[in-house]
Design a protein around this ligand. Structure first.
Ligand code: VGL
Ligand code: ZN
Length: 235
């Protein structure tokens, strides 16, 4: 088949949602206007951590292998105060994974995790992204959570990441890390809101999956135009 025929066949199959670059070449080449965002690959979310995500360690070799394909890399850290508003231990009579109402909406209550300056909050030792240019910390306001690397849970307070990426001419972000259904999903959706193209590299993420939150997050991400790909799509 000629290339044009292939493209037409692709369009007929509804593949127009994929970029022509991806469809035609089979691989996405990130280039200088794209950034890899490595979300919260910290001891707290890894094996033995205070909020360990099942299979969380498995994202590390995938991310390490992706890193050389990116000119721009941003790493994030969940970075809570002691007695943080997202900790169940902050409230009497509340247990981890219950919810409470805070002035910005419903907050899931977590075990104490990723407290600033602790070993639990440090980046995973096996993570190898030496070319990363920015480490952005979030969730450091005691009264407010921030799953997203772009804006805090009030949907008003900016972290500064959108400004940083825009000032550097970045147009597209590829989101990886932990957890798919919380910090990865919120980061990817807020990237769309801030005007970036956003991909989530599924095999470079793992979810917490609290009451169906993983499937719900994929659905919500799709509705916001976040594209779901695999690490093998990047070359
Ligand atoms: C996260 C729950 C609480 C995450 C952070 O990184 O996905 N999840 N804090
Ligand atoms: Zn947190």
């Amino acid at each position: 088949m000629h290339r044009r025929t292939v493209l037409q066949a692709g369009a007929a199959l509804g593949l127009v949602a994929l970029s022509p670059q991806l469809f035609a070449a089979g691989k996405l080449k990130p280039g200088g206007k794209a950034a890899l965002i490595v979300v919260d690959v910290q001891n707290c979310f890894l094996e033995g951590g205070t909020l360990a995500v099942k299979g969380g360690n498995e994202v590390i070799p995938v991310i390490n292998a992706l890193a050389p394909s990116f000119e721009n890399i941003v790493v994030t850290q969940d970075w809570h105060t002691a007695g943080h508003a997202s900790f169940a231990s902050t409230y009497s009579g509340k247990k981890p994974f219950e919810t409470t109402k805070l002035n910005y909406g419903t907050q899931v209550l977590w075990p104490d995790h990723c407290v600033q300056g602790t070993e639990d909050a440090a980046l995973g030792k096996e993570l190898k992204v030496p070319t990363a240019q920015l480490i952005i910390r979030k969730g450091f306001h005691k009264e407010m959570d921030s799953y997203s690397a772009f804006e805090e849970a009030d949907h008003k307070t900016a972290t500064g990441l959108a400004g940083y990426l825009k000032a550097r001419g970045i147009k597209t972000v590829f989101v990886t890390g932990l957890a798919t259904d919380f910090c990865v999903a919120w980061t990817a959706m807020d990237a769309r809101k801030a005007g970036f193209d956003a991909y989530v590299i599924e095999d470079a993420t793992r979810g917490i999956d609290l009451n169906g939150s993983l499937a719900a997050a994929w659905k919500q991400m799709a509705s916001k135009g976040v594209k779901r790909i695999q690490s093998s799509d990047i070359g």
